[in-house]
Design a protein around this ligand. Sequence first.
Ligand SMILES: [Zn+2]
Length: 89
Amino acid sequence: MSHGFPGNGAFDRRLRANTTLNGAIALAEFAGGLFSGSLTLLLDAGHNLSDVAAVVLAPWARRFSQRPPTTRSRLRDPTGRASRPFSGS
Ligand SMILES: [Zn+2]
């Protein structure tokens, strides 16, 4: 899961390890919940699955946050005009 940013290799490895472990825990909890009839285990499996989704989205969010600003991304006031945050108006 390399995204071409220097120094992100260790971070990507940790994200992959986190995804793998959380996914394995979710599967184990799901199987245990079905086997034992425990709604708690089934619900926590769902919780862990949502954690996996969040971690899978993290590299995309990081890449998006590192994009250079565009003219469209400047702060705007409710009327749609470009704001001047340090002008005192
Ligand atoms: Zn969680």
